[in-house]
Design a protein around this ligand. Sequence first.
Ligand code: SF4
Ligand code: SF4
Length: 345
Amino acid sequence: MDKILAKKSLTQWLKKLDGYDIYAPVPQDDTWNYDLIADPDTIGLDFLNTVQPPKKIFLPQREVFLEFSRSVDGTPQMSETLPDPAPFIVLGVRPCDAKALTQYDMVFGGDTKDPYYWARRDKGVLIGLGCATPPSPNCFCPTVGGSPHSTDGLDILLTDLGTGYYVESLTKKGEKLLEPAKTLFKAPTAQDKQAKEKVAQEAEKKIRRKIKNLAKVPPKLKGMFESEFWDQEAMSCLRCGICTYLCPTCHCFDISDEVKNAGSLQGERVRTWDTCQFPDFTMHSSGHNPRPHKASRLRQRIFHKFQYFVENYQTYQCTGCGRCISLCPVGIDIIEVLNKVRDHA
Ligand code: SF4
Ligand code: SF4
């Protein structure tokens, strides 16, 4: 169902959505990031993209799995801490970040569903914002099967037409959000539809970065596991983990027990984000580390995204958001690395 919403009516619409928490991009210093919104009047959608993708709303950087303690007679006690959030909206999600969440669904779904992830995911409604201009000079979503106006993973897609938004409701969850404010939405005209198509086409034309023949990369990687190429490419890496923590598709985590009171063995089992770029990510309790060098860890990042994930899920584990390129402090550029892999002798 397609509609038109005047920009001045956006806040009115959001105020009618009783019972939903709203996350939206907010300015923080000179960047934008998602936060819980207390007052819809403060929401603005004139941002390029957030530094952190919205993945933290569904997979928090630290979350408690269970609490444990020992009773007076020494019996161990455990209590589960499954989240039970109110229904919530994530507003202004860029199509690359929404597509990344569909990959989270594959990883945390499957035969064994992760109940902590799904407790949040099932309650969330994603309102996307198509890109009128690429949010970053390093965007390359079309190379990895996306587009600045892709609807993958979204419940509603907004396209900025200047004075109003073209509103595409894509799922039942999306349609439900339009119901409380029916009078604010108008039927689109043929001109509105043309204008929306034009914005999408122009945005795609503005994307400058691409990888030619990316399909050649996965088979090429198979023969490059032992290559010295990785030593050269990883030479400047600082092992900071920025490329993975800020990647919308990276999802690796660690589980540890944090004891608060040693006497009563009281504490929490927690899940925290982890990254394959840290030296202790693969450290065994024996002291052996199968990925001891940063070359093996850069190799893992590329193999996971462009070889293993393709074999397991038939898609690249990258949505072309460009964050890892723009924010790597030493300029390691995944597009350049993949171009070199493709052309490697
Ligand atoms: S952001 Fe750059 S320097 Fe930091 S771990 Fe990733 S590749 Fe290495
Ligand atoms: S690998 Fe880089 S470009 Fe691809 S989704 Fe992750 S951060 Fe974005």
